[in-house]
Ligand binder design. Structure first.
Ligand code: ASP
Ligand code: MG
Length: 421
C-alpha cells in the first residue's frame, strides 16, 4: 500500500484535478491511500471567514463563505455534471455555526470552520474519480484521527487512532483499491473538529503511512523535488535526488519550507521512504528521503525573513546567571514563542525570534522586569548546512552581520541590509 498526498496547488483547477486523476490512474491495481489538501488558497479564504465571524461581522462571514461555496459547487458540476448534492451537509455544518454568536475561543471556531476546506476538496475529487470509473471510497478523516482539544495545534491520540485504522480503514482496503481522505484535520472525543497546524497534511499522510505500514509515501508538489534553496529566492537552486531523514529534519528545523516538520518521525520509525515528486512531470522520479546516509550534499540554504533580535542585558552590569536564563526561558514557554537562535554573553542574552508583534511586545514587557531589553526588527536569519566560505561570503555580501554561530555542519548568520540596500 502506498500513501499519496496532493497539496492545494496540485488540485487548484479542473486541468490539475484531471492531471491528479491521471497520476492516480497510472497506479491502477495498487492500493493507494490518498490525502488531498484544500483547493488552492481555500484555507486562507476560510481563515478570513473565521476572522469576520469572530469579530462579530456575521454577514460578512456568511458572504465570504458563500463565495467559497459557489466556487466549490461550480467545480463539482464542471467535473461531474451528474453529481448529486454531496456538499450540502458540509456547507450546513459551517453555516449553522456562522449563524450563532461566538461564545468560545478563536481557535475553537477556527478549527470548526477551516476544516471544511479539505472535506470539500476531497468530496469533489472522490466523486469525480468515481464518475470516470476510478473507483474509490471517501472517508471523513475526523472519524479516524483522534486528537486532544488543543485547537489549531492538536495532538494525536496515537492509540485510539491506530485502533480506528485497524477497525475501519484496513477492512475497506479488502474491497477497494483507493481511499480518498483529508489531511490536516481530526476530531476530539466530543466530535469537535481540530486541526494540526498549517500545512499539516504531510504529517497526516505520515501517520497513515506509519499505522498502515505503507511501503512508501509520496508528496506530489509543483517542484521537481527537494531543492537546496527556495527557487523563488535563488534562481540557481539545485535539485537534490536523495536525502536522509536526518538531513530533512535538520532542514525543517531551520525553517526550510520543504515538508511539515512533524512528517519525518512517523516515517523514520518504520523506515518508510518518502518521495517528493512533481505532479506536472510525473515521469521524473523526484527526491527520495530514507534512512540511507547521503554524502557530498551541496550547501543547503534556508532564509528566514521577518525575524527580530532581542537583547536582554543585566540591569546592573552583573553576569547573566543561570537563574535569569531559566526565567527568560520560562517566559518564552508561557508566551508560546521559541527562539530560532540564542546566544549567551557575559552580561547579555540574545534571542532571534519570529516577528509576531503581539508576542514580541509581551515578551519585551515581561522581560523588562528582569533585564534591559532592546529589540532590533527587520532582520534575516540565514542558515547554511554543508557550508563553505565562498557560499557564506556570497550570501552575506553587503549585509551587516549582527550575530553568527557555526558548528562543523551548519552556519547561522543573523543579518540586516546595509543602509541603502
Ligand atoms: N490546507 C491546509 C493548509 O493550507 C493544510 C495543508 O495543505 O497541508 O495549511
Ligand atoms: Mg498545502
Amino acid at each position: 500500500m502506498k500513501v499519496f498526498k496532493f497539496g492545494g496547488a496540485s488540485i487548484n483547477s479542473i486541468e490539475r484535478i484531471a492531471n491528479a486523476a491521471d497520476i492516480i490512474q497510472s497506479f491502477t491495481g495498487e492500493k493507494l491511500l490518498v490525502i488531498i489538501s484544500a483547493m488552492g488558497k481555500t484555507t486562507n479564504a476560510l481563515e478570513k471567514v473565521v476572522e469576520a465571524f469572530f469579530s462579530g461581522n456575521k454577514n460578512e462571514a456568511l458572504q465570504l463563505f458563500q463565495e467559497i461555496k459557489e466556487e466549490h459547487l461550480t467545480l463539482l458540476k464542471a467535473l461531474n455534471p451528474a453529481a448529486g448534492n454531496i456538499l450540502g451537509d458540509l456547507f450546513t455544518e459551517v453555516e449553522w455555526l456562522l449563524h450563532d454568536n461566538p461564545v468560545r475561543g478563536y481557535d475553537y471556531y477556527y478549527d470548526q470552520i477551516v476544516c471544511c476546506g479539505e472535506l470539500l476538496s476531497t468530496a469533489i475529487i472522490s466523486d469525480y474519480l468515481n464518475s470516470i470509473a476510478i473507483k474509490n471510497t471517501w472517508i471523513d478523516v475526523r472519524d479516524i484521527i483522534r486528537t486532544d482539544d488543543n485547537f489549531r495545534d492538536a495532538v494525536i491520540d496515537w492509540n485510539f487512532t491506530l485502533q480506528k485504522m485497524q477497525d475501519d480503514i484496513v477492512p475497506i482496503f479488502a474491497t477497494t483499491n483507493i481511499i480518498i481522505t483529508q489531511g490536516f484535520i481530526g476530531a476530539t472525543d466530543e466530535n469537535e473538529s481540530t486541526t494540526l497546524g498549517r500545512e499539516g497534511s504531510d504529517y497526516t499522510a505520515a501517520i497513515f503511512a506509519n499505522m498502515l505500514d505503507a511501503e512508501s509515501q509520496t508528496i506530489w508538489k509543483d517542484v521537481e523535488g527537494v531543492m537546496n534553496a527556495d527557487p523563488k529566492l535563488f534562481p540557481h537552486a539545485q535539485f537534490i535526488g536523495e536525502l536522509s531523514y536526518k538531513e530533512v529534519i535538520e532542514m525543517a528545523y531551520y525553517g526550510a519550507q520543504v515538508i511539515h516538520p512533524k512528517t519525518i518521525k512517523p516515517l523514520q520509525n518504520k523506515s518508510i521512504p518518502l518521495h517528493v515528486r512533481c505532479f506536472l512531470k510525473p515521469a521524473l522520479t523526484g527526491t527520495i528521503i530514507s534512512s540511507h546516509p547521503v554524502h557530498n550534499l551541496p550547501p543547503i540554504i534556508v532564509l528566514k525573513n521577518n525575524q527580530v533580535l532581542m537583547q536582554f542585558s543585566s540591569k546592573d552590569f552583573s553576569f547573566v546567571e543561570d537563574e535569569l536564563v531559566d526565567m527568560l526561558h520560562q517566559l518564552c514557554v508561557d508566551i508560546k514563542i521559541r527562539p530560532n537562535l540564542s546566544q549567551n554573553g557575559a552580561i547579555s542574552l540574545y534571542y532571534c525570534l519570529d516577528d509576531k508583534p503581539e508576542k514580541i511586545e509581551k515578551l519585551a514587557l515581561a522581560a523588562s522586569e528582569l533585564f534591559d531589553v532592546q529589540v532590533e526588527k527587520e532582520v534575516v536569519l540565514l542558515t547554511v548546512r554543508h557550508y563553505n566560505e565562498t557560499i557564506v561570503n556570497e550570501l552575506t555580501a553587503g549585509k551587516i552581520e549582527l550575530l553568527s554561530q557555526r558548528t562543523q555542519g551548519t552556519i547561522q548568520v543573523l543579518m540586516k541590509n546595509k543602509l541603502g540596500d
